[in-house]
Design a protein around this ligand. Structure first.
Ligand code: NAD
Ligand code: DAU
Length: 348
């Protein structure tokens, strides 16, 4: 039986990865380590909570002694590391929190893996989940490939770039068997409503303004979260050690066009007159250091591992909207309390 540690498994992407591993691999013992910050929520994985091959551990990856003890106790065979501070806007107001979790936290996991695996790396793997933001910003042309030079612009992307470098350095220096993936923007169920898609769904439901940063011409490459979880499963099992794979949706949208599509789909789902939700669009002050365009060249993972997205953006967005409308209690729970304070500070 393999013992697999998944960090950040109560968050958005992590919860889909945990669900996939617990249900697809009953012969693995899955340990989900999560500090349950504002972004972590056990409701996201309540459906697998009672599975015999699943254990939840509440804990902070920044606590080096705790992490060392955990690795000594469980002797994990593999690590899928997703725990992170993940929101660019929060990194602008509190950069140090991002250094602690994303850099120090990753270092603690690397040190613990290196210590317990020692020279015996057979069958072991450290999988670091990263972002396309480490590559910086594209102009109108071109795509990020695995060999694009790192050029991060926000405290968030700088902290993720730093953690990627440390993972690679542990591979080169100590022979740690690692893989890294750099993925584009995810959307889908269980997404905390501080990011564009879930925030705007929440605001449309509540007839609140849709705060589009700057001129709305910024471009992102969107991927349905379950397709990301499938790619992570594939890379964990079939990716080559010491390699990086870019993951993306082949799906670029300018923010304003995405928001208009979302408004149209929401009007239909909510039985509103066509054009009703678009009236909520409000242009607001731009994000400082806002990256103009991200777009991933995912041909390596496509050619080498046969992965490609399984849904179109229109299908994925529709499934996402349906999930939020069917899970209003989840939305209500995560938007009470601290969320209101965050929202006031960020937008009002
Ligand atoms: P998220 O913010 O939804 O979840 C992060 C999870 O990590 C939460 O459950 C939180 O409680 C946990 N966590 C935070 N700090 C911790 C700590 N110190 N110790 C233990 N747990 C801690 O993030 P997400 O959007 O699911 O992103 C997951 C990973 O994927 C991140 O590494 C992120 O950089 C990367 N990524 C995200 C996207 C995206 O579009 N969301 C795209 C590419 C890559
Ligand atoms: O590219 C991958 C990254 O995608 C991940 O690494 C990050 O963890 C994830 O948060 C996401 O980062 P972005 O900054 O691209 O996502 P966000 O949803 O915050 O913003 C998407 C775009 O929408 C961006 O151009 C900023 C804009 N935006 C965002 C918010 C929250 C708005 O115009 N208004 C908003 O209120």
């Amino acid at each position: 039986m393999k013992k697999i540690l998944i960090t950040g498994g109560a968050g958005f992407i992590g919860s889909h990865v945990v669900r996939r591993f617990v249900t697809q691999y009953p012969n693995y013992q899955i340990f989900n380590l999560d500090a349950l910050t504002y972004a972590g929520n056990l409701e996201n994985i309540a459906d697998v909570d009672k599975s015999p091959n699943y254990t939840f551990i509440k804990g902070d990856i920044v606590d080096a002694d705790f992490i060392t003890d955990l690795f000594q106790q469980h002797q994990f065979d593999g690590v899928l590391h997703l725990a992170a501070e993940s929101h660019v806007d929060r990194s602008i107001t509190d950069p140090l929190a991002f250094v602690k979790t994303n850099v120090i936290g990753t270092m603690n996991l690397l040190n613990a893996a290196k210590t317990i695996w020692k020279d015996n790396f057979e069958g072991k793997r450290f999988y670091h989940i990263s972002t396309d933001e480490v590559y910086g910003s594209l102009g109108a042309e071109g795509l990020f490939t695995e060999t694009t030079a790192y050029d991060p612009n926000s405290p968030y992307s700088a902290s993720k770039a730093s953690s990627d470098h440390f993972v690679r350095a542990y591979g080169e220096t100590y022979g740690l068997p690692y893989v890294i993936t750099n993925c584009s923007n995810n959307y889908g169920p269980n997404h905390f409503p501080e990011k564009l898609v879930p925030l705007f769904i929440h605001n449309i439901i509540n007839n609140k303004p849709l705060p589009v940063y700057g001129d709305g011409k910024y471009t992102r490459d969107w991927l349905y979260v379950i397709d990301h979880a499938i790619a992570i499963d594939l890379v964990f099992h079939e990716g080559k050690n010491h390699e990086t794979y870019n993951i993306g949706g082949f799906n670029e949208w300018q923010n304003i066009d995405l928001v208009k599509l979302l408004c149209r789909q929401m009007d239909t789902k909510l039985g509103r007159a066509a054009g009703e939700s678009e009236k909520l669009i409000t242009y607001v002050k731009d994000r400082p250091g806002h990256d103009l365009r991200y777009a991933i060249d995912a041909s390596k993972i496509n050619k080498e591992l046969g992965w490609k997205p399984s849904v179109t953006f229109e299908q994925g967005l529709e499934k996402t909207i349906e999930w939020y409308l069917a899970n209003e209690e989840w939305l209500r729970n995560v938007t009470s309390g601290d969320y209101q304070t965050y929202y006031q500070k960020q937008y009002l």
